[in-house]
Design a protein around this ligand. Structure first.
Ligand SMILES: [Zn+2]
Length: 100
């Protein structure tokens, strides 16, 4: 894979994979070529948006058709600073030292 300008491959499925292409087509057909964010028909390029912003959740129920511009707006709104998502107890919070 040399010519892969899109480096956003953290998703569960690579954009270039046949699986993703098939999903895109299914979403396009299901949503009748209309952006699900603004409701207008998409004339040119389209994106497939992950409703829950989880790129690994590629279930059809989580995918929707969107204009690239509408998608960008939604993503920008949804994107939050990704800091600590796991509630890991801080070291030292629960001392477990055994004096021998
Ligand atoms: Zn739109």
């Amino acid at each position: 894979m040399v010519n892969a300008p899109d480096t956003r491959t953290e998703r569960g499925i690579s954009y270039s994979s046949p699986v993703w292409k098939r999903l895109r087509r299914q979403v396009w057909v299901r949503d009748a070529g209309a952006c699900q964010l603004c409701g207008k028909v998409i004339a040119g390029l389209f994106h497939v948006d992950h409703k829950d912003e989880d790129p690994k959740n590629n279930d059809m129920s989580n995918l929707q058709l969107a204009h690239p511009a509408c998608h960008s707006v939604k993503t920008a709104k949804a994107r939050k600073p990704q800091r600590c998502t796991s509630a890991t107890p801080k070291a030292g919070g629960g001392l477990n030292v055994q004096a021998v």
